[in-house]
Ligand binder design. Structure first.
Ligand code: GTP
Ligand code: MG
Length: 203
């Protein structure tokens, strides 16, 4: 199965995108599973996704890139064995580091025939200033952006053009190798690019 991460800071639009993406891929005949790492006591996102009839595994109790990496490996193993998805989409917490998740999966990858699809990191353009002026956030967001194969400047429907351009320059400076694109789950802008990348991309 192909493992795809949709990462990004809290509230950047991960769940919204994953719901649309899973539905689209399922319509195309792909078998999709979702692995959500919820931080709160009530696993909200997992529950929402399950209500859409999607195959969802919810991991709580800490971050899958560190505290509960073992649980994640076990869950992926069970998914691979019992559900055999073509694609598993991971929604990490908003503070997770994508490459740490990849590394945590590493030892199990061959055993469960896991290949890595793209790591997509969402950047919320409507909150650009907050990310780019508050030091601890800059560090966290930059760490996530550095691990991206694709950076999606998200919510472009709700951000003025100058903010979008400013965001683009910033993320390009952090990760010049990533493909940078504009996205809006509201209007559908850029969605097909994401679908194609998830379908075709292997790292
Ligand atoms: N304007 C606009 N709002 C969006 C878009 N995508 C998501 N949102 C909104 O942004 C908010 C957060 O979206 P989520 O999909 O829950 O974000 P998330 O990254 O999963 O959030 P956490 O799991 O809490 O980190 C919600 O109110 C969404 O409706 C978009 O493209 N445009
Ligand atoms: Mg979410």
């Amino acid at each position: 199965m192909k493992l795809v991460q949709i990462a990004g800071y809290l509230g950047s639009g991960k769940t919204t995108l994953i719901l649309a993406l899973s539905k689209k891929l399922a319509e195309e005949g792909q078998k999709v599973a979702i692995l959500v790492n919820d931080v709160g006591e009530v696993p909200i996102d997992g529950k929402v996704m399950q209500e859409y009839g999607l195959e969802v595994k919810d991991i709580g109790g800490g971050c899958i890139c560190c505290q509960v990496a073992g649980t994640m490996r076990k869950t992926l193993g069970l998914l691979a064995k019992n559900y055999e998805p073509d694609i598993t989409i991971i929604e990490p917490t908003g503070i997770a580091v994508p490459n740490a998740i990849k590394e945590a999966v590493g030892p199990e990858a061959a055993k469960f025939q896991i290949t890595f699809g793209p790591t997509i990191v969402l950047f919320d353009t409507t909150r650009a200033e907050k990310f780019l002026t508050y030091d601890p956030l800059i560090r966290l967001v930059s760490t996530q952006l550095k691990d991206a194969d694709i950076i999606a400047l998200n919510k472009v429907d709700a951000a003025p053009e100058d903010k979008i351009e400013y965001s683009k320059e910033f993320v390009q400076g952090i990760n010049p190798d990533a493909k940078i694109m504009k996205l809006s789950s509201r209007t559908g802008q850029g969605f097909e690019i994401i679908v194609k990348a998830v379908r075709d991309f292997t790292a």
